[in-house]
Write a protein that binds this ligand. Sequence first.
Ligand code: HAM
Length: 415
Amino acid sequence: MNDVLPEQSARWQFLEGAVRDVLDQYGYQEMRMPLVEQTALFCRSIGEVTDIVEKEMYTWQDRSSEKKAGDLLSLRPEGTASCVRAVIEHGLAFNQQQRVWYQGPMFRRERPQKGRYRQFHQVGVEVFGIDGPDVDAELIMLSARLWKRLGIDGLRLELNSLGTAESRAVYREQLVEYFTGHIDQLDEDSKRRLESNPLRILDSKNPALAEIIAQAPSLPDSLDDESKAHFATLCATLDKAGIAYELNPRLVRGLDYYSRTVFEWKTDKLGAQDAVCSGGRYDGLVEQLGGRPTSAIGFAMGMERLLALMPDALEREQSPQIYMVLVGDSAQQYGVMAAENLRDANFRVQVNAGGGSFKAQFKRADKSGAALALVVGDNEADAGTIVIKDLRNNAEQTTVSLAELNTELMQRLAP
Ligand code: HAM
């Protein structure tokens, strides 16, 4: 779990701003959900036999009251479950479409390493009530636009279709039969999954299993016709939009709620943590959690991973433009009031506080990142003037009257 330090926050803000702008362009609205939910919500949606639910959640029993034992609560390990809970609770998907997004910390007790943290941040995007592949394509185009906006290139898009629940049940049978025939070669994890969730064996990172996984029956062969057509239309739309993708029939995702389209944007630059954005359809989840049958699709991206891939120069302009150097008693109030007037005109002004010699104050001015220093001593305060000094070039300093100040600053700070 990391602190975001002052020198890093401008980058976060740039990322957040870009995300907001792009989502606005597509007509998505923000939602904010609590960080804590009933543990059962995650078990029912993400799945009992997943890494997240089996070993990664921060879970505790809430205090009990006289009437009731304490609930079992968890810090959210992802946002889709909470989002669906909220959408059902507030009737948001009732006879209508919703395009929403959220952002914030998620918690998973994973083994921390570069790009993998126990508190990490996601931007999640979810759409409810739209069945067609047009919206699958929209989500992918939206994410591609965001990569462009963030200056991130070299991401690979992997796509797969998991089919409907019914066609997956058929495939599941085939897998169970196949892997049961190779049970001696399976590791403990996979043996357990053979019973509970055989598709997840395909996702195993154990190199000893690579060979038998490669020979396993292929998912696309068992897809139902409707899922095939849905997927073909999505691929055709992406072709038209000029978005390259790779078909990966082994892409099954680590959460249980998916059906039909699944996708991941991957990078080669972050070692083992290669997924920067992943998601897919979860047409059965709303109903499974107690809502009316509602088709749904979404994705989430890991903000720490995006930050690691963004070029160095991308930052929100945050430093002050002007640093006010004040020496002397009457200079103090005169300078503070001048700074307030400049802020009225939308300049970013940091005023020296805590006194100090000219030399000490100029040192702080340099460190602040400001382009200009305004210098006020008692002489300037008496005369109603102010001294402008350029902190980036060694130009002569100039003295102007307060009346001329705004115009002069506007000229000097023009981009
Ligand atoms: P997920 O694949 O578990 O999916 O996570 C989405 C993204 O979050 C990953 O691609 C990765 O970039 C980032 N991420 C996951 N775990 C960590 C970690 N420990 N440290 C840093 N980054 C991490 C979901 O969470 C689904 N809710 C996505 C979704 C939304 N599907 C449909 N709608």
